[in-house]
Design a protein around this ligand. Structure first.
Ligand SMILES: [Zn+2]
Length: 324
């Protein structure tokens, strides 16, 4: 039995030593572990501090201890942001230019799309019938003052009577047209031949006075109802351009400034008119007296006054109109 107890004691001693060894190892591992953990902690906080320092220096390179590298880094950063700014400025400019071009294109397109009549609606052709007369000079004085050209449709006997006025019209750049000889419907419209004869006779008078002939004609009372299709063909075959009007001022009827308001009222309705706007007036004393009023209105409202040209497509009635 003694041997067994001794053996047991011996075994117990071995166990104690083993436990101690294990404890010692655990202890060592713990000590080493906590030291290592502290070291890592220290490194991390150091790194953190350093990073903060760099970052501070980055945004304020003047800070003490800022290295050349951080300064340069800051410069580079600034430059980059500058370049970015410049780039963005350039791209903004480019975008603006693009926008401008697009706008211009749109405007251009709008101008092209604009119907021809829209411009035409701001051009007015003033016409004076039945002259020349003793008021021709007064009319031309007003036209000269307003720097405006007009068109005169004249009768042969009056041309022969007022030759100086016919010459002045030509000299001052107004258009000259023919209105026939008799101004008598029964005579001139007797046949298509009589219409052509009266116009030819008037043209001879014009040529005698000015040395020039004209293709522009306006038949008395307008083309309707007397100028039937065969009458119109007859004058056209002779090379004449038959002109009616778009606005009848009714000056021959009013014999007062009311012809001006009447003309303006009609003109206001023609904003989108596509044909030339031709105003019919006559060589009358009352017409001359209120002519400046009409021209003032037209100029103030952006109208251009032009003379009728041979190259223009004539305005002719589609329906019957009042007297000329
Ligand atoms: Zn007439």
């Amino acid at each position: 039995m003694k041997g067994y107890i001794g053996e047991a004691r011996k075994n117990a001693g071995k166990r104690e030593a083993g436990v101690l060894l294990v404890l010692a190892v655990i202890g060592l591992v713990f000590i080493f572990g906590s030291w290592h953990a502290n070291k890592i902690k220290a490194t991390t906080s150091e790194e953190k501090h350093y990073t903060e320092k760099i970052q501070k220096e980055k945004y304020d390179p003047k800070l003490k201890g800022a290295s050349k590298e951080t300064l340069q880094l800051g410069k580079k950063e600034k430059q980059n942001s500058k370049e970015k700014k410049v780039t963005s400025k350039v791209s903004i400019k480019k975008a603006q230019e693009k926008q401008k071009k697009t706008k211009e294109k749109a405007v251009g397109a709008a101008v092209h799309k604009k119907p021809a009549g829209q411009n035409q609606a701001k051009t007015v052709y003033l016409t004076f019938d039945d002259g020349p007369s003793r008021v021709s000079d007064g009319i031309m004085d007003v036209l000269k003052k307003y720097q405006v050209k007009a068109t005169f449709f004249m009768l042969e006997p009056n041309m022969l009577k007022f030759q100086d006025q016919v010459k002045r019209m030509d000299r001052e750049g107004h258009s000259q047209g023919l209105h026939g000889v008799s101004h008598d419907a029964k005579k001139i419209y007797r046949s298509k031949e009589t219409v052509v004869q009266e116009m030819d006779q008037a043209n001879r008078a014009l040529q005698k006075i000015t040395g020039k002939r004209t293709a522009l004609i306006r038949t008395p009372y307008g083309s309707a109802p007397y100028m039937k299709p065969d009458y119109q063909k007859a004058v056209k075959d002779k090379g004449y351009e038959l002109w009616d009007w778009t606005i009848d001022s009714m000056d021959w009827s009013y014999r007062s400034p009311q012809y001006v308001t009447n003309s303006i009222r009609q003109l206001k309705k023609m904003e989108h008119h596509t044909e030339p706007i031709v105003i019919l007036m006559h060589e009358r004393k009352e017409t001359l007296e209120s002519l400046p009023q009409l021209l003032d209105y037209l100029k103030k409202n952006g109208y251009t006054m032009k003379r009728i040209e041979k190259t223009m497509k004539p305005v002719t009635f589609r329906v019957s109109k009042a007297a000329s």
